[in-house]
Design a protein around this ligand. Structure first.
Ligand SMILES: C[S@@+](CC[C@H](N)C(=O)[O-])C[C@H]1O[C@@H](n2cnc3c(N)ncnc32)[C@H](O)[C@@H]1O
Length: 389
């Protein structure tokens, strides 16, 4: 593929070129420090010259007690060629033809300049002056699915990155296939994907510490900035922080590393009173619009919003499924009368009678389609013991 085509392709998937700020990486990673000791970390969507993931792990190599850090970059990245021309590394010859080749950097030693376990210098050239660290051109294009990147994946213990949003499904599937530990950024809506939700339901992946509702701001290529300034409003598509324009996106961390809050019970205090809760018209469960409304003494099915996952302890609740007909068989289609009532009050959502989507009347008799619901059930003590929890 020519470079122009590569660029065009990358620009059509803008979120694929949203680069993570160091402050956001530090904030999340601060919770997992004791899980990295002696581990090989792979950042496989990360140009070491640009990636703050690489920078974070290089800077904290000794503090975390890492065994090795591997970072690979991708030929399709619009920034890779800008950076390669900066190379002036002894023994590495990059001719004009090879200039577009992606590379990997492997770090096994970071000299601790002042003996405090941390380094300020995350500079790649500095790291490569150490003979124990290497930069090698890749034979393929650095795609995380390429054979040589898969070999690196096999070698790694933990993968940490912000992968291309457009390939998120495939990216997660590969991590699961190779049984890797990981901490990666992704769009919160990915939990509704057919191949992601079962992983959440079966406790193969969960979300990290950052809350689901909070925005994230990303470093973006210059071209996108102009585009965002022209077509978006401050606060919606972008945000200016200290005079710099950052792309705004909803993102959360997906992981299978241990997250301490998963071991804490959600404190429930409301007693169930039938009059306080609405039942779905087409599924046997009650509607919960806010996690704080979950009753302490109700052991039947509940439809809860996505942010329940922030509080989910698998020893307290079980996840039955995602509240849509293509995930749960016994959700019935939206009743015709309900749909009529919905249209009568001016409801504009794109819903038809053939759809298997949850619906309920509020206590005031207003027909509603909740945006997104996960079906869960509070476990009784006996059940927790039976499950060996
Ligand atoms: C969302 S950006 C994040 C970059 C970096 N991980 C960070 O957080 O700053 C995703 C990166 O993945 C790269 N990428 C896109 N497709 C890829 C692929 N198939 N294999 C590996 N990397 C890819 C993009 O060029 C881009 O640099």
């Amino acid at each position: 593929m020519t470079n122009n085509k590569n660029l065009a392709k990358a620009f059509t998937n803008k979120n694929d070129e949203y680069y993570t700020r160091l402050v956001d990486i530090e904030s999340e990673l601060s919770h997992y420090k004791n899980q990295f000791k002696g581990k090989i970390v792979l950042c496989n969507c990360d140009d070491p010259y640009e990636s703050n993931f690489f920078k974070y792990f290089a800077m904290n190599f000794n503090v975390l007690g890492l065994k090795k850090l591997i970072s690979t970059c991708y030929a399709g990245s619009p920034i890779i060629t800008e950076q390669l021309s900066l190379f002036d590394i002894k023994g590495l010859v990059i001719n004009k033809k090879q200039e577009r080749n992606p590379y990997k950097i492997e770090i096994t030693e970071v000299n601790d300049l002042n003996g405090d376990g941390a380094i300020d210098l995350s500079d790649v050239e500095y790291l490569l002056k150490n003979k124990k660290n290497t930069l090698t051109l890749l034979k393929e294009d650095g795609d995380f699915r390429s054979d040589e990147c898969i070999e690196l994946l096999k070698e790694a213990d933990i993968v940490v990155t912000n992968p291309p949003f457009s390939l998120f499904n495939e990216y997660i599937a590969q991590l699961i296939e190779y049984k890797k530990q990981f901490l990666i950024l992704g769009n919160p809506n990915s939990i509704h994907y057919k191949n992601i939700f079962p992983l959440v339901q079966n406790n193969k992946i969960w979300i990290g510490y950052k809350t689901m509702g909070s925005d994230m701001y990303f470093i973006i290529p210059e071209k996108y900035k102009q585009d965002l300034l022209k077509n978006n409003k401050e606060g919606s598509g972008y945000k200016t922080i200290d005079g710099e324009i950052y792309g705004r996106s909803r993102a959360i961390w997906f992981t299978n590393l241990d997250v301490s809050k998963r071991h804490e019970n959600l404190i429930l205090y409301k007693k169930f009173k039938e009059n306080d809760y609405c039942k779905y018209e087409n599924y046997d469960a009650i509607e919960i619009s806010s996690v704080s409304d979950i009753p302490v003494d109700y052991y039947e099915k509940l439809g809860v919003p996505d942010n329940f996952l922030e509080f989910y302890n698998p020893k307290q609740f079980k996840i039955i499924g995602y509240g849509r007909g293509d995930f749960i068989d016994d959700i019935k289609t939206v009743p015709i009368k309900f749909l009529d009532d919905y249209h009568k009050i001016g409801g504009k959502g794109h819903v038809t009678s053939g759809m298997k989507t949850l619906c309920f009347y509020t206590k005031e008799g207003i027909p509603k389609f909740p945006y997104s619901r996960i079906i869960v059930q509070l476990m009784k003590d006996e059940e927790i013991e039976e499950n060996g929890n």
